[in-house]
Design a protein around this ligand. Structure first.
Ligand code: DAH
Length: 374
């Protein structure tokens, strides 16, 4: 049989003895007071009011007492538990406040401290600009070709119909290298990459040539706002059956539109280059006045194109059959066009730069502004 019986002596139930209950309560209160943080208080709570704690055990014993003894025992245990729970609640509140105050101090951000001053840097606009140009042509199915900056005199000049006595040879202010008998120059233009491509690949109906060649070139020029002894050009070469000047015009109009925005197309002016026949200078619709030749107010000539409505961009033409022959191409079967322009000049137009030297001086404040352009 279970349950209370009249012989039951409550005094013998150890957990309910007054001194046991008091001891359990005092132990709990001491542990609560000693809990230094919320984590410790959690353990204290488990130990002293949890299911297996002395006071919880005592509470459970009450039901087993004879009714007469229950009241007093219940009051004693109830008071003890009440005191412990109250102390727990108060300690919890104190520790939470402390915890929050500590977080506020530990995680405070001093907005007046200096930032990390290492600059992130940026890719140079000449690099990204050359890539952009290459991408415009790659999107049309062209390939990118490169050549060395120290170039054979023959490829830089002779192969391009600039023979030893050609007057145009002296117009390209050349850096010659020592010893002279090696016949090496710092290339004065990217046009030798044309010759290299034709010579190394040849051309066939299945494999026509469509290459774009960005690269560094050198001339004995002064260093000023519009000249530099080292600069960059981009060369284009198309060799196929039935190529005409109309293809050249269409290609350059597309290039200009992609580079400077829709509506900025090109015009050709008759010119002379030994490697092309016929040859032309390529002009762009002035991207400032968009061809009107007038300033914004319409009162004075546009300052960028000096009222012309056009600005000079580069040179182009139909590849001279003499060049095709020098490079092993059957000039009766194939024809082609070529063009070349300065990359710095192109970028100066595109970004409204006034001084070429900003592209060479390596000032990170300048390059960073372009850093995000892909
Ligand atoms: N090589 C010329 C220069 O440096 C630019 C040029 C003009 C390239 C006409 C060409 C071209 O391919 O057809 O001034």
């Amino acid at each position: 049989m279970s349950g209370p019986n009249s012989d039951y002596d409550p005094v013998e139930v150890t957990p309910l003895k007054a001194e046991e209950v008091e001891a359990a309560r005092d132990a709990a209160l001491a542990a609560i007071a000693a809990a230094a943080d919320l984590e410790q208080l959690k353990t204290v709570r488990l130990d002293h009011v949890g299911d297996r704690s002395p006071l919880a055990l005592a509470n459970r014993e009450i039901g087993a007492l004879p009714p007469a003894a229950r009241k007093e025992a219940g009051a004693r245990v109830g008071q003890a538990r009440g005191a412990v729970n109250k102390a727990l609640g108060e300690r919890q509140a104190v520790l939470e406040t402390e915890h929050e105050a500590r977080i506020l101090v530990e995680e405070a951000v001093d907005v007046t401290l200096p930032v990390d001053r290492r600059p992130a840097g940026g890719r140079h606009p000449l690099t990204t600009g050359a890539e952009l140009i290459a991408d415009i042509f790659v999107a049309m199915g062209w390939e990118v070709a490169e050549g060395p900056v120290i170039e054979a005199e023959w490829l830089n000049f002779d192969a391009l119909n600039l023979g030893p006595d050609h007057p145009a040879r002296t117009m390209q202010d050349t850096f010659w290298t020592d010893p002279a008998e090696n016949h090496l120059v710092l290339r004065t233009h990217t046009s030798p990459v044309q010759a290299r491509t034709m010579l190394s690949r040849g051309v066939s109906e299945d494999a026509p040539i469509y290459v774009v060649c960005p690269g560094r070139v050198f001339r004995t020029d002064e260093y000023d706002a519009t000249h530099s002894p080292m600069f960059h050009q981009v060369e284009g070469l198309a060799i196929d059956k039935g190529i005409t000047m109309a293809h050249l015009k269409g290609t350059l109009d597309h290039f200009a539109g992609q580079m400077f925005g829709e509506g900025i197309n090109t015009r050709f002016r008759p010119s002379y280059f030994p490697f092309t026949e016929p040859s032309a200078e390529v002009d762009l619709v002035c991207f400032v006045c968009r061809g009107t030749g007038l300033n914004d107010a319409g009162t004075d000539p546009c300052r960028t194109c000096r009222g012309e409505g056009w600005i000079e961009w580069g040179g182009c033409g139909m590849v001279n059959p003499r060049v095709l022959r020098a490079c092993g191409i059957d000039a009766d079967t194939y024809s082609g066009f070529a063009f070349g322009m300065g990359i710095e000049r192109t970028l100066m137009f595109r970004h409204g730069l006034e001084d070429l030297r900003t592209l060479f001086e390596g000032d990170v404040r300048f390059t960073t502004a372009f850093g995000s352009e892909l």
